[in-house]
Design a protein around this ligand. Structure first.
Ligand code: TRP
Length: 451
């Protein structure tokens, strides 16, 4: 177990990233995932195209980026998982926020893994049997029930196997290969999509703002929730990864790199999805099913493209699997590191116990897609926003000298603006968004419960 040094802050035995590229690959891997491809495209389609994209970008820069840097700062400074890190800087009371992060992580990973299970299945099918003849019926058959549960178990198995290997020898090793692969796949497919006839109809849908839509509160709430979800913010995932960083390294620059890569992949995802769907005249299929948009409209498009569609479809679903896996690693590491640090469990035991808990919790989502939908809404439109609000208040108002901690000895240029955003912009904005999202989220939960 850990030998404590330097006022109990550093543990000699604590794992560390073996290179700064390794850390960046893992952090970008956490950010880039189903949120960028599945969630971003279906929300963009549902919430009115480019207006949604513009709001999401705005919130990423003004709210997401400052909180991203806050998480990096807290994690690196304390070198502990979130419960310990918040206790270290804020005293015992703030440990409760770390506890909230663990609950949020359990909630998100348990349904995230179910969706990831769908992607594993689609990738395997693309390879072995090709695209389904009737994608709507196929999606309905595989997205709920024993099959969905089986692939959820399989996906959690992969996640557990990697996290059991530890940070540098498990998560980092997978991420340094997975992330470059994902970028190549996404760029390749977006280029291919550009060659399709009528791709321009897709671009104009995607990139033309319908400003009427942007003014609705529902769109604002969704764009804010998406900015958090996509950057993996509001539940200590980035904070946990940063706790394995060495002292040197430029956190403001790293936060910019992570956010740009994350937005870049989401944007590219739109550049692959919309041209493909519009080129084949399948826009109606997007509206048919929100959660299932990618899993119904795209396979139909791939099926109509013949042999090329099978290859592109396989690459597409592999990109989804890779993105989902590296994101799940970060969600799971939050849970594992919390019990390793707080209860002093050995990593294998932590992986086994938490893995079983997540698998069981996810079974509700696997058997009922309405449960999955509500879990996603509660997590994004409530828990992540609440976690982000508390993090902004904590770093902006409670923590002593966050600017020096973030700079870590390097220049403090621009960090005054960072603190200003954490103090005066993020909290009122997030309170406002929560104020609007809580009643509608509660109504959706109630509708589900009352059948
Ligand atoms: N950001 C990931 C995605 O876009 C999902 C994710 C990973 C996440 N870790 C997280 C979301 C922590 C919220 C919090 O798919």
């Amino acid at each position: 177990m850990g030998v404590f040094l330097g006022g109990g802050v550093a543990q000699a035995s604590r794992d560390q990233w073996s290179s700064s590229f390794g850390f960046l690959a893992a952090a970008v891997g956490s950010a880039v995932g189903l949120g960028n491809m599945w969630r971003f495209s279906y929300l963009t389609a549902e919430k009115g195209g480019a207006a949604f994209v513009a709001l999401y970008l705005l919130f990423t820069v003004l709210i997401g980026l400052p909180i991203l840097l806050a998480e990096l700062t807290l994690g690196r400074g304390a070198r502990k998982s979130p419960i310990g890190a918040l206790g270290h800087y804020g005293g015992g009371r703030w440990k409760a926020l770390g506890g909230l992060f663990v609950v949020t992580g359990l909630l998100i990973l348990s349904y995230y893994s179910v969706i990831a299970g769908w992607t594993v299945r689609y990738a395997a099918e693309a390879l072995v049997v090709g695209m389904p003849a009737d994608p709507g019926a196929h999606f309905a058959a595989i997205s709920e029930g024993d099959h969905a549960f089986l692939f959820h178990v399989l996906f959690m198995g992969f996640t557990m196997a990697v996290v059991a290997g530890g940070v540098s020898r498990g998560i980092e090793r997978v991420s340094v290969i997975a992330m470059p692969l994902l970028f190549l796949l996404v760029c390749g497919i977006a280029l291919y999509a550009a060659t399709l006839d009528n791709a321009s109809a897709g671009y104009s849908y995607y990139l033309n703002a319908d400003l009427q839509n942007a003014l609705s509160m529902d769109v604002v709430v969704s764009a804010a929730g998406q900015a958090f979800f996509s950057l993996s913010l509001g539940m200590g995932a980035i904070m946990t990864f940063a706790s394995y960083l060495p002292r040197d390294g430029n956190l403001p620059r790293e936060s910019l790199t992570i956010a740009s890569a994350d937005f870049g992949v989401a944007f590219l995802a739109g550049l692959m999805v919309f041209p493909i769907i519009f080129a084949l005249g399948l826009q109606a299929a997007v509206g048919e099913s929100t959660l299932g948009a990618l899993f119904v409209a795209l396979p139909r498009a791939f099926a109509e493209m013949g042999a090329a569609g099978r290859v592109v479809g396989f690459c597409f679903f592999i990109a989804l699997v890779v993105g989902a896996l590296t994101s799940a690693l970060s969600l799971f590491e939050v849970l594992v590191s919390a019990v390793v640090d707080e209860l002093q469990w050995a990593r294998p035991k932590a992986v086994a116990v938490m893995g079983v808990v997540v698998t069981v919790l996810g079974s509700g989502a696997a058997w009922n897609i309405a449960v999955l939908d509500v879990m996603d809404q509660v997590a994004n439109n409530f828990f992540l926003l609440l976690g982000g609000l508390m993090l902004a208040i904590f770093t902006g108002w409670v923590m002593k000298d966050p600017v020096a901690e973030a700079a870590g000895g390097a220049g403090e240029g621009g960090l005054g603006l960072w603190r200003f955003l954490l103090r005066w912009v993020a909290p009122p904005f997030l309170l406002f968004v929560l104020w609007h999202s809580v009643p509608s989220t509660a109504a959706n939960v109630w509708a589900l419960i009352s059948g």
